[in-house]
Design a protein around this ligand. Sequence first.
Ligand SMILES: [Zn+2]
Length: 254
Amino acid sequence: MVLLLFGGACLAELPPDGRAQSAAAYPEAEAAAAWKGLAAGYVRQALKDRTLDKDPVLNARVDTVMDAVGAAAAAIDSRFARSSWSAILIDDFGLGAAAFPGAVILVDAKFVRRLQLNDDELALIFSHEAAHVLAGHAAAKLAFMADFVGKDKLPTARAALVEFFAKDSYVAVFQPEARQQEREADRVGAAIFLASAYDVPKALGLFDKLAKLETPEVGQAGDTHDAALVRKQIIAGVIAELRRDQVRRGLQPR
Ligand SMILES: [Zn+2]
């Protein structure tokens, strides 16, 4: 399946400042409802399979980090000022993490344990996932489907979502846009992360862990993500730039 993250793909696109929206785009509320339905489906399945992670310590850590990242997202984007974010740990979710409209992030508990993620690394991952939501990537994925297949064949957002996951060939065609979305999520995520006040060097250690697990295909033309160490460098650069900007603004009152 899909929309993963620090492991595979993620959601769909549209920057907060709004690139021209496709005429084929579905109404925002309808697109969001379709994705929320998918997230709810994963949670229902996890309940049925008894794979919702019950470790109280890990759940408490995840809740604390999600609260901080959610507050940071609200601080940089006022549309999310009243959003209540939740991160839900599912054993063997299989995707690293995935974000959904409605401020829900599903997290693979096995991925967290395997990488022995610290709170700073969790904050960076949640920031990246939240960035996908802020940037409207899910809705853009459905707009792509309406453009590519035709809105006559996919009259509803739900139909577009179901169809997207029906064939691997769509994912392949969407790949260049998916990679742009991943880069945007890393950039916007860096801003959210910085506002969350977690530790930057500790968080960036995530990419050293990911690099060790990487296959040679990661970062190649067909992949949605750049290689881990490339991402590490880019995110570090964005954070350094944001900090310089903060200092400049601090020194130069308008
Ligand atoms: Zn992503």
